[in-house]
Design a protein around this ligand. Structure first.
Ligand code: GAR
Length: 206
């Protein structure tokens, strides 16, 4: 009887794949990183294994401990220390969620088409070196743009120039300020970034 069950179940077990392992890199407060963790908590296909911060972030360290996630800080940023850690974890996809350090060609080679970034504008507008966080929203405000949004894209050797996965936009009204624009954009990020990461991961051949 027992043997019969095992035999029937064997092909099924062979077909089941391990979840894709993600590691999130951050430099800021980490609201997107936490949102990703929450989104993937019960996901069968994608698992957030941990976070690496390029700055000291005690709050995030405690959050990771509470959620049984790997966490380390690397300041000053040192890829030579981080790459072996990612390999040891078995990381398959790296997600940049407010990560501000340059990713080297060696890092990109190690994770070809497997590094995803979120940028708080409709690229190619307001991208490139020095364009991050509040600075982006101040520029959108100064130029009296009528809309802005988010871009989820793959990372290549040039800041914010990798292949675009998805974009979502929102209106900018005359009464908006850089702070209200930032709030609208963060809402878009929290709503759409996890889904974009999930869909991209599911499209990967393993
Ligand atoms: C996010 O708005 C993200 O798009 C932006 O930093 C913020 C991080 O917020 N990233 C960039 O500007 C990258 N060029 P968070 O720490 O609360 O997730």
């Amino acid at each position: 009887m027992g043997i019969t069950i095992i035999t029937q179940a064997f092909p099924y077990f062979c077909a089941v794949k391990e979840p894709i392992k993600l590691v999130i890199l951050i430099s800021g407060k980490g609201s997107n990183a936490r949102n990703l963790v929450n989104y993937f908590k019960k996901n069968q296909h994608v698992r957030v294994c941990g976070m690496i911060s390029s700055k000291q972030n005690q709050e995030l360290a405690s959050y990771c401990t509470e959620n049984q996630l790997f966490y380390t800080e690397c300041s000053p940023w040192d890829e030579a220390r981080i790459l072996p850690i990612l390999n040891k974890i078995g990381c398959e996809v790296v997600v940049l969620a407010g990560f501000l350090k340059k990713i080297s060609p060696a890092f990109i080679d190690a994770f070809t088409h497997r590094i995803i970034n979120i940028h708080p504008s409709l690229l190619p507008k307001y991208g490139g070196a020095g364009m991050y966080g509040r600075r982006v929203h101040e520029a959108v405000f100064a130029n009296k743009e009528s809309n802005t949004g988010i871009t989820v894209h793959l990372v290549n050797e040039h800041y914010d120039e990798g292949e675009i996965i998805v974009q979502h936009d929102c209106a900018v009204h005359p009464e908006d300020t850089p702070a209200t624009i930032e709030a609208k954009v963060q809402q878009l990020e929290h709503q759409f970034f996890p889904k974009a990461v999930e869909q991209y991961c599911l499209s990967l051949k393993r």
